[in-house]
Design a protein around this ligand. Structure first.
Ligand code: SF4
Length: 444
């Protein structure tokens, strides 16, 4: 049996100087890098690159910043400078010609790009929350918002808890502050990510923090509601179908949160789910989906499934196919079980042969594509909101996403006669055609 050994993620060291605002900037850069799979290094020696967030407010602060850059160069040698002193790039470059990049305050994209150059991310489907294409550089109009790190579950195929530890949630006020800044900087869509968004705040005992003269609880529902008030689309990823998820459905009905849930079911057969040690593994899931759709008829559900998990029998697989027919999910991603070093499932008996995995994978993909095609065909003739991602000046066409499409993993909406549009616009589009993945239409 082939066992995949994961490469070590690159490590970033951080020296953060200056005022609380600079600290928030550092936190935001680090959140983004962590969301992309980077690790933090507590010391110079273990870092692949050191980020120095400088302060240039007073001469003494500048001197301190230069000293910090000098120390990082001497101790590590691979240094990216950002923050207020970035405005004086010449001063820094003159004194430290070896600095890899200098970016100014709030130039998040540039800082992250410089880190990508200095220590390229190592994409891995086993641990990444952000799709590989999203790593390149998220365009300004959508942003990933990481709300926690680690996971309290112990799924048998997963090594996240081993790599990242138990769930550690960020404070809700810090998340909201970051989200507010992103929206002010042009983000039209916030993609909430974590290993288990439905478990957000459990480790903080769902305590409250002051926010805008009121209190906000560290709880998925409260956080989603506050995020929804910021005026951007809010999309929830990696939600498990626990009973308390019922409470976010009304937020979708109110229009505060997108009618979209990314629920990684991974399987449907109780036998396989038990072996996988999956959370929220209960028989009422289909009932719950039905009730959610009654409340929010245009709710789009995306999910992913693993086929060929050790011990998956023909009956288990038939159960999964029947379940998919019943659940009518909008988007489905399938994976063939792969043994990963360190995951308990790797040493389980009853491993499924590769050719059986491939057959089952093909079947799941075929069923899902048909269901997706049927569901998209029903949208022809309707008018929906589309967030524009790119405009092609030569053809006059544009590409965007509907509320049912997350970037990189779901479908797109292709528009004709759209030359006047710009990336980040949200427009009404009349749908004229559909295929298994995408929609085609014209702005109205
Ligand atoms: S819920 Fe399971 S699969 Fe997801 S991160 Fe936690 S242990 Fe891994």
């Amino acid at each position: 049996m082939n066992v995949t050994t994961l490469p070590k993620p690159p490590r970033v060291g951080l020296v953060s100087l200056g005022c609380p605002k600079a600290l928030v900037d550092s936190e935001r850069i680090m959140t983004k890098l962590r969301a992309e799979g980077y690790d933090m290094s507590p010391d110079y020696a273990g870092a692949d690159v050191v980020l120095v967030n400088t302060c240039g407010f007073l001469d003494s602060a500048k001197a301190e910043s230069l000293e910090a850059i000098g120390e990082a160069i001497a101790e590590n040698g691979r240094v990216v400078v950002t923050g207020c002193m970035g405005k004086e790039a010449e001063v820094i470059r003159e004194r430290f010609p070896d600095v890899l990049a200098v970016t100014g305050p709030q130039q998040y994209e540039e800082v992250v790009a410089a880190v990508h150059d200095a220590a390229p991310p190592v994409p891995s489907p086993f641990v990444d929350l952000v799709p590989e294409a999203g790593l390149k550089l998220t365009p300004r109009h959508y942003s990933y918002l990481k709300i926690s790190e680690g996971c309290n579950h112990r799924c048998a195929f997963c090594i996240i808890p081993h790599l990242r530890g138990d769930l550690v949630s960020r404070r809700p006020d810090a998340i909201l502050r970051e989200a507010e800044k992103l929206v002010a900087a042009g983000t039209r869509e916030l993609l909430v990510i974590s290993q288990d968004t439905s478990a957000y705040g459990v480790d903080l005992r769902h305590k409250s923090w002051p926010w805008k003269g009121e209190e906000v609880r560290a709880h998925m529902t409260d956080l989603a509601r506050e995020l929804g008030k910021l005026g951007a689309w809010v999309r929830l990823h990696y939600v498990y179908p626990y009973p308390h998820v019922n409470d976010v459905i009304p937020l979708m009905a109110e229009g505060l949160v997108l009618p979209y849930l990314d629920i990684p079911f991974q399987h449907a057969s109780p036998n396989v789910l038990r072996r996988m040690r999956r959370p929220a593994n209960d028989a009422k899931v289909l009932e719950r989906l039905r009730s959610w759709r009654e409340q929010v008829p245009d709710l789009a559900i995306r999910s992913s499934f693993v086929v060929g998990f050790p011990g998956e029998t023909e009956e288990d697989f038939a159960y999964l196919l029947a379940w998919l027919e019943e659940a009518q999910l909008d988007r489905v991603g399938a994976f063939k079980f792969e043994a990963v070093e360190g995951a308990p499932a790797t040493s389980m008996d009853e491993q499924v042969p590769d050719e059986v995995k491939q057959e089952r994978f093909d079947q799941v993909m075929a069923v899902s594509a048909r269901i997706s095609g049927e569901k998209l065909a029903r949208k022809v003739g309707s008018t929906i909101d589309v967030l524009i991602g790119a405009v092609d000046e030569e053809t006059g066409g544009a590409t965007g996403r509907s509320k049912a499409d997350a970037p990189e993993i779901d479908g797109e909406v292709h528009l004709r006669d759209a030359e006047a549009l710009r990336p980040g616009n949200i427009v009404r589009v009349s749908i004229e055609e559909a295929d298994e993945h995408d929609l085609y239409g014209v702005p109205v």
